[in-house]
Design a protein around this ligand. Sequence first.
Ligand SMILES: [Zn+2]
Length: 118
Amino acid sequence: MELNKQNRLATGLLSERFPEVSGMVINMTYYQKGVNPVLMLRTINVLPSDSAYFNMECLIKGCVDGGFDLTPAIKSMVKNRKRVGRGRLVCGGKTDTRTSDHASVEYEITIQYSRKSR
Ligand SMILES: [Zn+2]
């Protein structure tokens, strides 16, 4: 947890990293492999004053080096001034008890841009 916090601080704020973005909403559905695949629904509102850290943790207990990094998707969306982006990521982490495709997320990212820039 402590390392995670440091990563967040090192990443900087949304307003610093993507100054043209005035707000962002990330909808995520977490899936696990198994009988009840939907693990959690999550909506994250990101403001310019929030940290630009989009490496979401894997929710599976004991998962090592796992997670879902939305940063590349967000970067390319901002570059192309795209408002809505959807996709799916599979956790690449390892656990003792589960297979490598133990968890995935589906995401939908909506970005609002400020009018003044460019
Ligand atoms: Zn995982």
